[in-house]
Design a protein around this ligand. Structure first.
Ligand code: GLN
Length: 344
């Protein structure tokens, strides 16, 4: 990785280059964004979308409807630990489906990627994230680990002789990715546990198709608990930054997972991270990403930066409206699309 040691003139050239990149995102390919540009891009996106008033909080989990809709925080972290945090960076919210990525990382690390590919698959279902039809159609196969049937099965694959042991590992890997000890929002957990009949049915069905070992009720309960882990936008950006940095936390410098598992994680984020809008998202940004119904969103530009946002109102597909807009804008400004190369 090149280190950037800029004189003022160099910086002016980079800024000019970044400006051109913003106008023609298809040609943007900076090696590494300079700290001043990062901050400017993050602040500009926050200012541009702060007042955007589209979408609606999720309310099928009653506690999520109570979260103030105006919250809007953005964090960006680079592999070298440069960062920019703007807006509502501190308020905590439940990680929800973004947790699916990190529990999958744990299973990759413990059992390897073949287990997941062979038992639940890595393709997109083309259905909503909690579709029962998709399970029936494919007999529990062809379920991406980032939609509920695949995710509940993935949680059921974490090794451990008791629910407690499994839970400690799940919380542990989330905490390592964030670089601090995380905990559960018990109000959200209870709210979802009281109303998650559908996920329990999905867990039972996946178990009936023998897609994961062990007790489906336990797997669904632990999945519900992992979805209630409390994070803020800063945590999410560090978690995304860890993925952007080959599995090493850019802040704590801890190697959280083996770098060889990162491409597989990013691949399933690309195929199903934004559910049935994943294709549209990839087309617009090229970034592997993952959303949660709590209003969080992460996106990864490998080797360049990780982004984490928090803005509760969601669109019809269940993805944060302001989060998507902000990330697309920042990434295009900084040349984050990994498919975009300059001809030689
Ligand atoms: N806990 C939520 C559920 O299972 C997560 C869904 C999401 O964030 N998309 O319904």
């Amino acid at each position: 990785m090149t280190t950037y040691n800029a004189s003022r003139r160099d910086l002016a050239k980079v800024i000019a280059f970044m400006g051109a990149a913003a106008a023609t995102p298809a040609l943007a390919q900076p090696r590494a964004a300079a700290p001043g540009n990062i901050d400017a891009a993050v602040k500009a996106a926050h200012a541009q979308y702060k007042s955007l008033n589209e979408g609606k909080n999720a309310d099928y989990i009653p506690a999520l409807a109570q979260v103030p809709s105006h919250y809007f925080g953005i964090g960006l972290v680079t592999p070298t630990g440069a960062s920019s945090f703007v807006g509502d960076i501190e308020p905590k919210f439940s990680i929800q489906s973004i947790s699916k990525v990190f529990t999958l990382a744990l299973v990759f690390q413990e059992s390897g990627q073949d287990l997941v590919e062979n038992s639940i698959g890595v393709d997109a279902t083309g259905q909503v994230f909690n579709s029962i039809v998709a399970v029936e159609q494919f007999r529990g196969k062809e379920m991406n680990p980032l939609v509920n049937p695949g995710a509940i099965a993935t949680t059921g694959m974490v090794k451990g002789s008791s629910a407690d042991e499994v839970w400690r590992k799940i919380l542990g890997i989330h905490s390592d990715f964030a670089g601090r000890q995380l905990d559960v929002d018990e109000v959200v957990y209870k709210s979802e546990a009281d109303t998650n009949q559908r996920n329990r049915a999905i867990g039972q069905l996946m178990s009936a198709y023998e897609r994961f070992p062990g007790d489906p009720a336990q797997a669904t309960d632990l999945y519900t608990r992992q979805c209630a882990i409390a994070v803020n936008a800063k945590d999410l950006s560090i978690m995304a930054g860890t993925l952007a940095n080959g599995g090493r936390n850019p802040v704590t410098r801890k190697q959280v997972i083996d770098p060889r598992h990162v491409p597989g994680l990013l691949a399933v984020m690309a195929t199903a991270g934004l559910y049935d809008d994943s294709g549209k998202w990839l087309f617009r940004t090229g970034l592997p990403a993952k959303s949660g119904v709590g209003g969080g969103l992460i996106a990864v530009s490998p080797g360049k930066f990780g982004l984490g946002t928090f803005a509760p109102p969601l669109d019809a597909a269940g993805n944060s409206v302001r989060g998507q807009r902000a990330i697309a804008s920042i990434s295009n400004t900084l040349g984050g699309n990994p498919y975009s190369v300059q001809p030689v």
